[in-house]
Design a protein around this ligand. Sequence first.
Ligand code: NAP
Length: 293
Amino acid sequence: MKLLDGKLIAEQIKTEIALEVKEQYIDKGINPPHLAAVLVGEDPASMTYVSAKEKACREVGFLSSVYRYPANITEDKLLEIIDFLNADHEIDGFIVQVPLPKHIDEQKIIERIDPRKDVDGFHPVNIGKMVLGLPCFLPATPMGIMTLLERYDIEIDGKNCVVLGRSHNVGTPISILLSRKAKYGNGTVTLCHSHTSNIAAIASAADILVVAMGKEGFVTAGMVKKNAVVVDVGIHRIPSAETKSGFRLKGDVKFDEVSGKCSYITPVPGGVGLMTIVSLLQNTLKAAKKAVN
Ligand code: NAP
């Protein structure tokens, strides 16, 4: 078994971005790409994600800003903030960290973002362009998975791919990307969800298995074909007395038993999560270059 090492690949990509930022922006006296994040409320996981994104921006030389608002902000006020960020020429791309408080219609907020600044790739315009194979911002997590598969030169063409989970942010877009007509694509994809019968049998026929269910340790060795490529998207904070933070991160796959059976696997942590952040940086660079219109 080999690790699909998200930490290693994320570091490589960050080094490449940092070089481009230095040569194409800083050395030429041009403002570097600027990523903004909107953070509503004090959800600990969201706060952690946003600070990880700020740190990644600093590492590559991007500008970053965080717009923080209390959980009781009104939907109208948040829409005004989106309008402001859409119009601000100093900001190349921005994200609105989800989940948002229940009184705010998340879809309405996403749809207000200018698709040219939607570096999370959640706007329907970007999703539609992704489906059509047009230039767009890909959603960060599926994009990170595809980058990882590409950098390890994992052949997808003609392979039997199974995706567990059909969320808008992960499962559905990764199923489209794996099946699209492209060098790293041309897979035959089965998309499973809570209405799928016999999920274990479907999973165990996969050459490439992507798991994005949000069910800790759901995938066991018995559900995985020998020498399959396994991508674990799940992230779960498990309380632990042994770590300084008081928790350990685990995935949707039982790593200890599955890793002995597959050819490649993403660890948790150190796999898809880090690739998600790096994809956001790549999208921001693309936004700064006005490569998506
Ligand atoms: P989500 O929106 O909760 O969707 C979960 C999907 O799994 C749904 O499609 C659901 O089916 C399906 N599902 C749940 N239980 C199932 C079962 N027992 N059998 C079959 N299907 C089942 O999840 P998400 O946003 O994609 O997130 C999934 C996991 O990835 C979470 O742990 C999340 O924290 C993590 N995540 C990680 C990253 C990263 O950067 N690494 C990014 C995003 C998410 P239905 O559609 O039928 O309900």
